[in-house]
Design a binder for this molecule. Sequence first.
Ligand code: NAD
Ligand code: UDP
Length: 324
Amino acid sequence: MALLKRILVTGGAGFLGSHLCERLLAQGHDVICLDNFFTSQKQNVSHLLGKPNFELIRHDITLPTWLEVDEIYNLACPAAPGHYQYNPIKTMKTSVLGAIHVLGMAKRCGAKVFQASTSEVYGDPQVHPQPESYRGSVNPIGPRACYDEGKRAAETLFMDYHRRNGVAIRIARIFNTYGPRMHPYDGRVISNFLRQALRGEDLTLFGDGSQTRSFCYRDDMIEGILRMMGAPADLPGPVNLGNPEEFTIRQLAELVLELTGSQSKLAWKPLPADDPAQRRPDITLAAERLGWRPVVALREGLERTINWFRSIDVSDYRPPTPNY
Ligand code: NAD
Ligand code: UDP
């Protein structure tokens, strides 16, 4: 019983946050889920509401909050480009003020705090694959900057609270992650392609489809996040978490068509500004220090995600922004 903790998950009603809450509850911990529901809905956690060790707080992390906790997972932030670009100033506030607020809480409580950082800190990378030592190539004034620079500033705050105040921190740089419960209208490539393929609509392929991404299945990512929180004290991070299998977006579109059996066609659309040309994590550090590497291949993860997309009624979901 002594090992059970009171744990705050900010953004806990989101795609990754809700699964993280489930895993922590299953381990017996007291879980406080804090969310403003900008890009999620209560139904992601409604099945958890009756559990005696689960609490849900509607709150915006840009405002301070006062809780007593042992650990904090800071996931609150819109993650999909169409979501974080909807109100870029709010996105920056969420990253920066959110980091300040969870770090202040961690300092006061002596809590350990995990930051969900991102591969976007590498921008449109000139080094491939990306190791943690690469400092990135971010356009600080482009449409993705509110997210990229917000997450970079959050990493800076985490390191400074760690060095100056001795706060126990863990930073993971999360690469593209997908799976059941991702918002069908988040505008991310996998949700778009699956929604479109299952409805027989054209698959919107941005640019010539030669840009690459490396997709990690949700369960692998949650395992990586938990291992990172449990990492030795000399590993504050950042540590890359992602699946190093790399695909072009065109290959992804073709795989989606094959697995769904859809007759949809490809519709070519302009490439958005600052869209990274390539992305693949170097996960040597996670493999060596956390004993972690993904086990779910894209084909298998997509099959599970397709089954979930078939099981939901998309009309139950409200697009959070018009950008999907
Ligand atoms: P998501 O949008 O499903 O979850 C984010 C959650 O944060 C949502 O529930 C949203 O309502 C909440 N939120 C947003 N702003 C808030 C605020 N101001 N106050 C309180 N809650 C707020 O996205 P996700 O994919 O689950 O991502 C979770 C975290 O992981 C994010 O921090 C994201 O940047 C990071 N991440 C995700 C990916 C990915 O591919 N899924 C990749 C890199 C990093
Ligand atoms: N993309 C696409 N069609 C879509 C949505 C996205 O071709 O309908 C492309 C997008 O231009 C990018 C890649 O898919 O090159 C991944 O986009 P996503 O928004 O999922 O994530 P991110 O760019 O943040 O990695």
